[in-house]
Design a protein around this ligand. Structure first.
Ligand SMILES: Cc1cc2nc3c(=O)[nH]c(=O)nc-3n(C[C@H](O)[C@H](O)[C@H](O)COP(=O)(O)O)c2cc1C
Length: 197
């Protein structure tokens, strides 16, 4: 079996999804994958970011993370996406990145990629599920293979039980969150390896 290649592609204004992405990257590496951790390009004007202390601090903390490119998506057997919920859907920054993937889609290079997604929302019922389903609608257009966590591990009965993907509220991950993200990432690695065989 080849070593599965996993790209963790995320956006995070205040750091929550950055924390999720780092936890996913560590878990994927622990599961034997080659991993690229990538943030999507910030589309908000620099003065807007600088105008909010919390946004600026989170942006500074992520400045060493490479920006996601089409090559990262092409390279990967499996893709782990994470984005905050904005008005019930993914952020415009994430959508802007997704909208650059047309050339890969036209060449059929997104077909059969293993994909999964996570999110955060201020309110537990503030649109996390619709955000994940929004991701998955796009993935179906690609002909990708969606790898949801479902209830495939006991941690899904502790983490709020979103079967579409881990979802959390703003802030640092707690132990349950770490374990849930690790389970989802490990499952992506395992299914990516099977599909890439
Ligand atoms: C413009 C905007 C729209 C938002 N819309 C929602 C929403 O629909 N539901 C919700 O629960 N939280 C909403 N939030 C809160 C974000 O989901 C929250 O800031 C995010 O999960 C934090 O993730 P981050 O730390 O990775 O940036 C919104 C925040 C902003 C700035």
């Amino acid at each position: 079996m080849n070593t599965p290649r996993i790209a963790i592609i995320y956006y995070s204004t205040y750091g929550t999804n950055y924390g999720v992405a780092k936890a996913a990257a560590k878990a994927a590496e622990d599961a034997g994958a080659e991993v690229r951790l990538r943030r999507v390009h910030e589309t908000a004007p620099a003065d807007v970011v600088a105008g909010q202390d919390a946004w600026k601090a989170a942006a500074d903390a992520q400045s060493d993370i490479p920006v996601a490119t089409l090559d990262d998506v092409d390279w990967a057997d499996g893709l782990f996406f994470s984005s905050p919920t904005r008005f019930g859907t993914v952020t415009s920054q994430m959508r802007a990145f997704i909208d650059t993937l047309g050339p890969l889609w036209m060449e059929g290079k997104l077909v059969d990629k293993a994909v999964t997604a996570t999110t955060s929302s201020q309110n537990p019922n503030g649109g996390a599920e619709s955000t994940l389903l929004g991701f998955y609608t796009t993935f179906m257009h690609w002909g990708a293979i969606i790898i949801p966590p479902g209830y495939t591990d006991g941690v899904k009965f502790e983490d709020g039980g979103n079967p579409y993907g881990f979802s959390t509220q703003p802030g640092e991950l707690d132990d349950i969150g770490e374990r849930s993200v690790a389970h989802q990432a490990k499952r992506l690695v395992q299914m990516s390896a099977k599909l890439a065989d």
